[in-house]
Ligand binder design. Structure first.
Ligand SMILES: NC(=O)c1ccc[n+]([C@@H]2O[C@H](COP(=O)([O-])OP(=O)(O)OC[C@H]3O[C@@H](n4cnc5c(N)ncnc54)[C@H](OP(=O)(O)O)[C@@H]3O)[C@@H](O)[C@H]2O)c1
Length: 254
């Protein structure tokens, strides 16, 4: 057993972080690269990933990029084959649909669940055989506090994240004896680009006050939790949901 802080090093491991062109995905990818992993950035197109890839390469990190739309399973399979064996999968892509229930038809619902939940199953199927062979793997699915604490105006997203959370535990049970761990990472209110309009709105202000920390999180504040779950230090953490929300889900009033 290595000593601390070596147990947080990821040298020799390859990590894929989906949706890492920006936002939380970018922050987690950067942390894993700093810990020594070879990181595969992912986005919809090579153009979207190019700036991040360039930044990482300039910093001297081992990295590459995979480009595919989550809904396009053929492209997913081809790009994943090109990326080679993956030791750490952080599945971070999660589309939102913030419309009221009445506006979300069956096709909208099915599409979001496909991208946010079913695509995770497809990715796990692609990476798990190699992890089992090497007897080491980390599956980290990015859920949300809404998986357990519902809000109005996001039915498909909440259903998908709840499913993803349960899927993560199911994987922990399924693969527990193979050297693979599966955990969920559950963010609260993070000030990412996607949330810019919400953050500036009255709803965003009430979310800030609802949080015991009395602030939204900086995107970089997700990175330590992701690195922990990915690291050798978390070898016996399996089937857990690590919540990073400044205390929102632990409190009734703040
Ligand atoms: N931010 C928060 O407060 C918060 C709270 C709870 C949970 N989460 C979860 O944390 C994760 C990241 O959130 P974020 O705010 O950082 O997200 P984001 O800013 O929306 O970034 C998501 C990334 O995923 C990519 N992406 C989205 N849909 C895709 C698709 N269909 N195929 C391929 N790539 C796709 C985006 O690519 P493009 O750059 O091409 O758009 C982007 O790089 C999500 O799963 C979200 O549900 C976030």
């Amino acid at each position: 057993m290595s000593t601390f802080p070596d147990q947080f090093r990821l040298d020799g491991r390859t990590a894929l972080v989906t949706g890492s062109a920006r936002g939380l995905g970018w922050e987690m990818a950067r942390a894993l690269a700093e810990a020594g992993a070879r990181v595969l950035l992912h986005g919809r197109t090579p153009e979207r990933i190019a700036p991040g890839l360039e930044t990482m390469r300039r910093a001297g990190f081992a990295c590459d990029a995979l480009a595919f739309e989550m809904a396009d399973r053929a492209a997913m399979q081809a790009e994943m084959a090109r990326g080679g064996p993956i030791d750490i999968l952080i599945h971070n892509v999660g589309e939102r649909d913030r419309r009221p229930f009445a506006d979300i038809g069956a096709d909208d619902f099915a599409r979001l669940v496909d991208v946010d939940l079913t695509a995770a199953h497809a990715l796990v199927r692609l990476v798990v055989p190699g992890m089992i062979e090497r007897r080491w793997g980390r599956l980290i699915l990015v859920t949300s506090i809404v998986a357990d604490l519902a809000v109005p105006g996001a039915v498909s997203y909440i259903a998908a994240k709840g499913g993803l959370s349960a899927f993560s535990r199911a994987l922990a049970a399924e693969f527990g004896a193979t050297g693979i761990t599966s955990n969920a990472l559950s963010p609260g209110f993070f000030a990412t680009e996607t949330n810019a309009a919400l953050l500036a709105s009255p709803a965003g202000e009430s979310q800030r006050l609802r949080c015991p920390a009395k602030r939204w999180a900086e995107p970089s504040e997700i990175a330590g939790a992701a690195l922990f779950l990915a690291s050798p230090a978390a070898s016996y953490v399996n089937g857990h949901t690590l919540t990073v929300d400044g205390g929102v889900s632990a409190t009734y009033l703040a």
